[in-house]
Each structure stands twice: as C-alpha cells, then as structure tokens.
Design a protein around this ligand. Structure first.
Ligand SMILES: Nc1ncnc2c1ncn2[C@@H]1O[C@H](COP(=O)(O)OP(=O)(O)O)[C@@H](O)[C@H]1O
Ligand SMILES: [Mg+2]
Length: 231
C-alpha cells in the first residue's frame, strides 16, 4: 500500500491496482469527463461505477443516514488519520481478503480534513455481474444452495472476527457464477469474542422481515435456518 500525505489530506492506495492519478480518482467529474462512468447505485448517497485503467471500480463518498445525516451529511469528527472511516474500511477489506472472505478489493481511500472534521471516500473493486440480494428477491426466490452459501460467507467473516454492524440484504451481493459477496464495511470493526455475532444475524433477519412485511420480496421465514445451519 502507498500513502500520499498532505497537511489536510491523506490518500492510501494499492499501487498494483491503481494506475490513474490518485489525486483525481475520488472526484465523479474526473470519470464523467472521460466518459468512464459505467453506472451507479443509490444507497445513502450515490455509488458511482467507473472504468479505471485496471479494473471496474465502485466510488463511494461517506454519508450519514437518518435525521442526523440531514444536518451534517458527510462530515465526521477528526480523531487521527488512522481512525478515519475510509482508512478503516480499506484496512478491514484487506484483512477480510487475507482471511478468504469474498469482499471487494480496496483500491484507494481518502480523507480530507478541515479543522475538527473530515470527509472521506473509498474506491473499491466493482463486483462484476452481481446483484444485491434485495434486487434478486424482488424478482424471484433464491435457491436453498445460495442461502447456504450466504451462511458460509457470514461464517468466514465471523471466523475472521469482523463485526458487520450493518448486515442486511442490500449489502450481500450474488454474482452470475453463484458466488456470494459481502459489501459496505463502513463502521464495521475487528472484534474478538463471539458475543456480538448473534447481533449481526438478528439484523440480517430483520431486514428480510421488514421487506416481507411490505410484501416486496420472495422470501419466507422457513428459509432463515438454511443460512444459520452453516454457522
Ligand atoms: N463493490 C461493489 N460492487 C458492486 N456493487 C456495489 C459495490 N459496492 C456497492 N454496490 C452497490 O451499491 C449499493 C450501495 O453501496 P454501499 O456500499 O452499500 O453504500 P451505502 O449503503 O452506504 O449507500 C449496494 O447496495 C450495491 O447495490
Ligand atoms: Mg449499503
């Protein structure tokens, strides 16, 4: 990993994956001007999918959710470069890849400081030919085999002691070869012990139930144990 440090800005990047200018890649306009935006997805904000000189990537600007988010949309309290959300997610993704969990490769992270606050961005590998679980379940039910694979992937993440504090059906992707991927590690953390693991599962289960209540997804309660049977 390489690092560029200035008074008010730090950029971390993987020099084997990033051949574009690290100073430019966090700006959506940089990609738009070159006609290299290949799509986008809406979450808390917009995730831009871009064609870099090496691989396709997902560019995300860190944003808060909820009411608080409307007041200080994308600003966080600065407590040191190593404690910024973008650096921590970059670092966690590297740990997860080493542990053999299917997560996007981190390409570059940035934090920009102004006084007490900072703003942050992350560029990571776009998972090719993948859809999130919510988008799939709107259209059709998922075969039991894939629920098993979801359970296995969560199990690998938990064995690596990573607490995914926002595990939900929008943050699980499945690609066209049937591989399961976990994304969106903002605010997630390395945490010893087991006590917190059930909390991740409860949150995921609630996200199925919430969409089911609105009758939007092809899912039934009996499918839940297929996930947990793999843990
Ligand atoms: N690396 C990626 N590969 C493919 N799709 C992605 C990737 N990262 C994000 N997405 C898509 O963008 C959506 C929002 O991204 P996410 O990282 O979950 O941000 P947030 O939930 O904070 O808005 C995801 O639900 C997914 O559909
Ligand atoms: Mg998300």
């Amino acid at each position: 990993m390489k690092m560029l440090h200035f008074d008010n800005q730090t950029i971390w990047y993987d020099e084997t994956l990033l051949k574009d200018d690290p100073m430019q890649v966090f700006s959506p306009e940089f990609w738009q001007q070159q006609g290299k935006v290949i799509g986008n997805a809406q979450g808390r904000g917009t995730t831009w999918f871009v064609q870099t000189q090496t691989i396709q990537a997902a560019l995300r600007h860190y944003r808060r959710g909820g009411l608080f988010g409307k007041l200080i949309a994308d600003s966080y309290l600065f407590l040191g470069w190593g404690k910024t959300r973008s650096f921590k997610e970059f670092d966690l993704l590297k740990t997860l890849i080493k542990a053999g969990v299917n997560v996007p490769k981190p390409i570059a992270a940035r934090a920009v400081r102004s006084g007490l606050i900072y703003k942050a961005d992350l560029l990571s590998e776009k998972i090719p030919n993948a859809q999130d679980l919510f988008s799939i379940l709107i259209k059709e039910p998922l075969p039991a085999e894939l629920y098993q694979k979801i359970g296995q992937e969560i199990g690998k993440m938990h064995n690596a002691q990573v607490n995914h504090t926002d595990l939900n059906i929008h943050n699980i992707l499945i690609d066209d070869s049937g591989k399961v991927w976990i994304i969106d590690f903002d605010k997630c953390l390395y945490q010893p012990g087991d006590a917190w693991k059930q909390g991740n599962l409860d949150r995921l289960k609630r996200s199925f139930e919430k969409e089911l209540a609105q009758k939007t997804i092809h899912w039934c309660k009996a499918e839940w144990p297929t996930i947990t049977s793999q843990l």
